[in-house]
Design a protein around this ligand. Structure first.
Ligand code: ZN
Length: 138
């Protein structure tokens, strides 16, 4: 006998099995645009998959980082948010959607205090930083 499925939260009628806007399926469709970030400019730009593998910032020409379709850019003047984001991106954390119906990327720290707690946790336990950083609780 089968119990209820652990992830049965899809909206009625939703038949998607892949995250919207990410991955090879979106690339095959060719029309999806996904956010890229330039940390020095604090800029976020949506680009399609047809722009080639490397994205350059339209303002400064630096290589941009693909952040995932659930990404919400902080305000340009929000120093702390951009520092937090910089730590996350350098650790390899991205903002890809987990489900099909806009569930978002899951927990991401938003303050430097939250980041510090997770960095300390990673040091203490030996857990990879990218994994410790997305823990809701440490
Ligand atoms: Zn730039």
């Amino acid at each position: 006998m089968e119990g209820p499925r652990p992830y049965g939260r899809s909206a009625p009628g939703c038949k998607r099995e892949v995250p919207a806007g990410d991955g090879p399926y979106a690339a095959a469709m060719g029309t999806k645009r996904t956010p890229y970030v330039c940390l020095p400019c604090r800029g976020s730009y949506k680009q399609g998959y047809d722009h080639g593998p490397e994205r350059k910032c339209p303002r400064c020409g630096a290589p941009m980082i693909g952040v995932g379709s659930a990404f919400q850019p902080p305000r340009r003047r929000d120093d702390e948010a951009w520092r937090v984001l910089s730590v996350l991106l350098h650790a390899g954390v991205r903002f890809h959607t987990r489900g099909c119906c806009g569930e978002g990327s899951g927990y991401r720290p938003r303050t430097l205090a939250e980041v510090k707690a997770r960095v300390a946790y990673a040091r203490r336990t030996g857990e990879p930083l990218a994994k410790a950083l997305v823990r809701p609780v440490v």
